[in-house]
Ligand binder design. Sequence first.
Ligand SMILES: [Zn+2]
Length: 455
Amino acid sequence: MQRRIFARGWFVFLILAGLWSGCAPKRLAPLVAGEQPFVQGDELRAPTLLNVGLAQGRQNLLVSVNGPCLVLDSQSRKKLFRLEQQGGQLQFSRQGDFVVWLHGSVRGKQAGIVLQPVDPDYRLTHDDKDYRGDFLIIPSPKTNGLTLVNQVDMESYLKGVVPWEIGRHGQEELAALAAQAVAARTYTVSHLGSRKSLGFDVYASVMDQVYKGSRHEDPLCNQAIAETHGLVLKSNGRLVDAYYSACCGGSSSRVEKVWPRKGESYLVDHPDSPGSGKTAFCSESKYFHWVETWSGDRLEEILQETLPAYIDYMIQGDRPAWARPMFSPSGSGADPNQPGRLHDLEILAYTPSGRIAQLMISTEAGTYHVRGDRVRWVLVPPSGQPSILRSARFELEKVRRDGRLTKISARGGGYGHGIGLCQTGALEMARQGYSASKILLHYYPGSVLQRLEAQ
Ligand SMILES: [Zn+2]
């Protein structure tokens, strides 16, 4: 069975590679049988195991197993105990710099613990979710409590990511699921080590990609992952920053116009349509148009929290110069952390893709300049749902009475940052018959597919 899946995956892979080779620069060899698929000296190695951070700072952790499982010392890999009992539970707590583990009357104390099912088909369960692979339990490096890490191979990890990131769909959308699998794999490989100081590679949340383990895998998503096994995107010899979001609202954006970071040749402003003047691929999305309306009082109340948080965000870390100025005080002693009465807000500049480049908010304390995607964190919807504004692609309408703002509406489009792949657009492209490689090339122009080499 495994051999058949592999053979099928390889067959589809060759088709994908064949399609891709028509668009790929000649410098990178097309991925076809019998040819060296990698540029010399530029090999990409697949990680043996990915470390996914499931929990941090937990005072206690409870893990159960559905088959025999080894308890190992994480440093020496020495076996400490073999748990035979199906449905058996292990409890963990922290004592100083050590992890205390407990099963019935058996207990121990180590610098770190690895739980390893005897058979890879067994699952470890935590917080009502099942996981493939092993668990690593360590003292949280930056806080009290324990950190739980799932050590899992890349392809198994993706099975717990793709259905949560793009949803569950039908056979006609398979190409979009395959494109999403490649984007998620590329994102993961390019972010390996980015959370090293926390003891893992990626968060299991929207901080990186949503990962919910193995219990609710989707057969079609699994097929899409198998058929793109090991494929990642590269551009100019480097892994692509494969960002994606739910709906671009009709046009994707250059990354440096939205976030304070440098640009990439494949993350550009371009219409999400087959040509200029054509209907956007994502136009049927329920997020293609949206409206949020605040009363003047409600927005003023929200800004008391979100404007100081924006100043905090800008001060923390090394934000580049494009993000200045942040705040101009109305007079001596004005405190940016106490905005006070709302006087006005005005969009000063848009990006070429129609997103907010700079929003000016005047209050009693002074004038705030909010840049790029951060406007979504400042103009929080009045209901608090979703927790930030759907996108930075909007226009403002204001109503005043006796000089006071009484009503503010944002009429916008799209959901998410709008950089890279548009998920609802990709699904529509698949329905219209575009292949996974064509979808990827549409959203990451100039990139090429490459296969990770197994370690
Ligand atoms: Zn779109």
